[in-house]
Design a protein around this ligand. Structure first.
Ligand code: MRU
Length: 335
């Protein structure tokens, strides 16, 4: 396993406080905000200061530990953090893991949050190797949203696979979809890849079909916010259309996620709660209105890709090809 290093930290625990790189301001402004309470961390998650399923889980674990340090009621800390965003299961997974310790001891809880953080980095490095092994030489990859060091403890899920494959000399070109309305692809993925000298071309979301039609892409690789027992995947809005397009054009579709993203209590993606965000995120850009005044909009933050459109799900435990309930259960049971 290679070591992971990065010039920035999306989530950092230092001096008994949580420090978050404000992802709303990237790539042009680098501002780190500091937090000392669960309620403020919950607001940071809600407001997208920190985002990406694993990073949200890690931040929530530190938020819970912050209230233990302050001697506050941990049941309330759990509730306020759990109410911040509904779709990414990593949030609830991390909070359950913290509260399962049944302790109010801050030292123990800070140590557990750090462990969750470190384990996520290790999982991403393992996934990177598994995922890269699926790619041929000179691979051309299309990715969506941001699944990199900013969205995780470090290295990344889908972007971690791209990083590992780049280290193996296998990447010819990465296409990053801009990812309306928050533009995680344009603002965050392009920035991360350029810092690592990985060849990236930014494309409008609507350009994907034309690129696929021209045969410019070998694999679509994306992350996940929740994967159900049958292998259905909730991920950033726009993922489902990419999967349909990939199938139509005979391209391979890979999902990368740690096992903390799986929710085996749900049978299928139909049961996943999909976050609805404010209409203004669609009708304006950077606070500037782009639609007629009074225009209504809908803004689902995630969609569900059915398992039968997915060629491989990659976790830190290995690769599940043609995912289905049995194959997922077998992978999850591995040590
Ligand atoms: O709304 P966001 O930016 O939190 O959504 C993030 C995504 O959908 C990512 O693709 C997903 O969390 C996987 S990140 C490792």
């Amino acid at each position: 396993m290679t070591a992971y290093s990065s010039s920035f930290h999306a989530v950092e625990w230092r001096d008994h406080a949580l420090h978050l790189l404000d992802q709303r301001a990237l790539p042009h402004t680098h501002q780190v905000l500091s937090y000392t309470s669960a309620v403020d961390v919950a607001d940071a998650i809600k407001d997208m200061v920190v985002r990406g399923a694993p990073a949200i889980g890690i931040a929530a674990a530190y938020g819970y530990a912050l209230d233990a340090l302050a001697g506050k009621d941990l049941a309330s800390a759990f509730q306020v953090l759990a109410a911040s965003r509904p779709t990414a299961i990593n949030l609830f997974w991390a909070l359950e893991r913290m509260s399962a310790l049944e302790t109010e001891d801050p030292h123990t809880l800070v140590a557990e949050a750090k462990k969750i953080h470190q384990e996520d980095i290790a999982a991403n490095l393992a996934m990177g190797q598994f995922g890269a092994s699926l790619l041929g030489d000179n691979a051309r990859i299309y990715t969506h949203c941001n699944t990199g060091a900013l969205a995780t403890g470090g290295h990344g899920t889908a972007l971690g696979i791209i990083r590992s494959a780049m280290a193996d000399g296998k990447i010819a070109q990465v296409y990053a979809g801009e990812t309306r309305p928050w533009l995680q692809g344009a603002r965050l993925t392009a920035w991360e890849l350029m810092q690592d000298n990985i060849p990236v071309k930014l494309v409008c979301d609507g350009a994907a079909a034309q690129l696929f039609r021209q045969g410019e892409v070998d694999w679509v690789i994306v992350g996940a916010d929740r994967i159900t027992a049958n292998g259905d995947v909730a991920n950033k809005i726009g993922t489902y259309s990419l999967a349909v397009l990939a199938k139509y054009h005979g391209m391979k579709f890979m999902v990368a996620a740690p096992t903390s993203t799986f929710d085996l209590t749900l049978h299928s993606g139909n049961e996943i709660p999909i976050e609805q965000r404010p209409a203004q995120e669609v009708t304006s850009l950077n606070g500037q209105p782009i639609a007629p005044e009074g225009c209504d909009a809908i803004n689902p933050a995630f969609d569900v890709t059915p398992a039968d459109l997915i060629d491989a799900i990659v976790t830190e435990k290995g690769i599940v090809r043609q995912p289905n309930t049995r194959a997922i259960a077998e992978m999850m049971a591995r040590l």
